[in-house]
Design a protein around this ligand. Structure first.
Ligand code: B4P
Length: 192
């Protein structure tokens, strides 16, 4: 049973690697970004609320995101392990996740931080924009998302580093190479 987080700036490969880890380890990958995008597409009330924030590159408010994650983690497929991709992104979300896990007498096994420099991230996301036309992949919004990561998500990373459960993984290189590093980091952290 493994409970993991994958944290990284936009474009670091979180979603890409989370899917691969999920397949290899048989744990469910839960991406808050994907859940929001599915709701936007389905024009649900949650999607209508989230759309304006996502399009501007802002975080969806903690109150909305926290409730969504709390509900999602109660589902059967997450009861015996999960990989959370893109959550928590603020220290208030860290507090919420602590609370959810404590209520279930659960704890995190490992927090992976994928690293890459800002210029590489912008290059990747502009590449994705051409392929998928995602509404938040234009340079102004990408730069804003990177600023938010530095201001609000780096303190999240620091909290997990203080707890001794953070492992940094270099996100530069081809996708298979990064997956090998991620899998090595997970086995080192979970067998320690
Ligand atoms: P996310 O979906 O998490 O978007 P992201 O940060 O861009 O990451 P993503 O997983 O899509 O990209 P990845 O790094 O895998 O969030 C979107 C929005 O939702 C946020 O801006 C926010 O508004 C909202 N949101 C989500 N969670 C929230 C929360 N907790 N609180 C509040 N709001 C929240 O990869 C990007 C690209 O790089 C891909 O095209 C991929 O092909 C490429 N790539 C990956 N690995 C590569 C490699 N090794 N080499 C070259 N390219 C690579």
């Amino acid at each position: 049973m493994t409970r993991m987080l994958i944290i990284g700036p936009p474009g670091s490969g979180k979603g890409t690697q989370a899917e691969r880890v999920s397949t290899r380890l048989g744990v469910v990958a839960i991406s808050t970004g994907d859940i929001f995008r599915a709701n936007v597409k389905g024009e649900t009330p949650l999607g209508l609320e989230a759309k304006q924030y996502i399009d501007n590159g802002d975080f969806v408010p903690d109150s909305v995101t926290n409730k969504m994650v709390r509900d999602r983690l109660k589902q059967d497929d997450a009861l015996h392990g999960f990989l959370l991709d893109g959550y928590p992104r603020t220290t208030a979300q860290v507090d919420e996740l602590d609370d959810i896990l404590a209520a279930g007498e659960q704890q995190l096994d490992v927090v992976l931080q994928l690293t890459a420099d800002d210029d590489e991230l912008v290059r990747r996301l502009l590449g994705r924009a051409k392929e998928t036309g995602r509404s938040d992949d234009n340079e102004t919004v990408i730069r804003h998302r990177l600023d938010l990561y530095h201001d609000q998500t780096e303190p999240v990373v620091a909290r997990y580093a203080e707890r001794g459960i953070l492992t940094q993984v270099d996100g530069i290189g081809d996708v298979d190479e990064v997956t090998d590093r991620v899998m090595t980091a997970i086995s080192a952290a979970t067998s320690a």
